[in-house]
Design a protein around this ligand. Structure first.
Ligand SMILES: [Zn+2]
Length: 131
């Protein structure tokens, strides 16, 4: 095959034509790649926004807990909703706050049955603590 000869003969204006086609397809590939990266970026961005909203809510809740503690003496504080994860002794004023904490800090996504089980566990813990 004398393709190399043909190629050399095609030098000149034909090379620019080939180059423009090559760049055209390269551009399409690059564009779709950029689209994918941009999509990923938006996904990460929305996840980050959701996380920040949850984090703000949690800090509001712990502020509320602090105010409650300041109003009452230490003995009076009901430790009704304590996190059961080891090395995490956070306690919350409501079941919902605790669930939110476990979801955010420990990545626990629970279905209704699981939530019920965990809440029963907390209720048991509280009743045995108060005795
Ligand atoms: Zn915890």
């Amino acid at each position: 095959m004398d393709q190399s000869d043909n190629f050399e003969q095609d030098q000149g204006p034909m090379d620019y034509y080939k180059e423009s086609i090559r760049l055209y397809y390269y551009n399409i590939v690059l564009h779709s790649y950029l689209e994918r990266v941009n999509q990923e970026k938006n996904e990460i961005k929305s996840k980050l926004q959701k996380f920040q909203v949850l984090e703000d809510q949690e800090s509001d809740i712990s502020l509320e807990d602090k105010r409650k503690r300041n109003r009452r003496s230490a003995v009076e504080i009901p430790r009704s909703h304590v996190c059961t994860i080891s090395n995490c002794n956070k306690s919350y004023g409501s079941e919902g706050s605790l669930m939110q904490h476990m979801k955010i800090k420990h990545g626990m996504v629970m279905n209704q049955d699981k939530i019920g089980q965990v809440l029963d566990q907390f209720r048991f813990q509280y009743s045995s603590n108060s005795n």
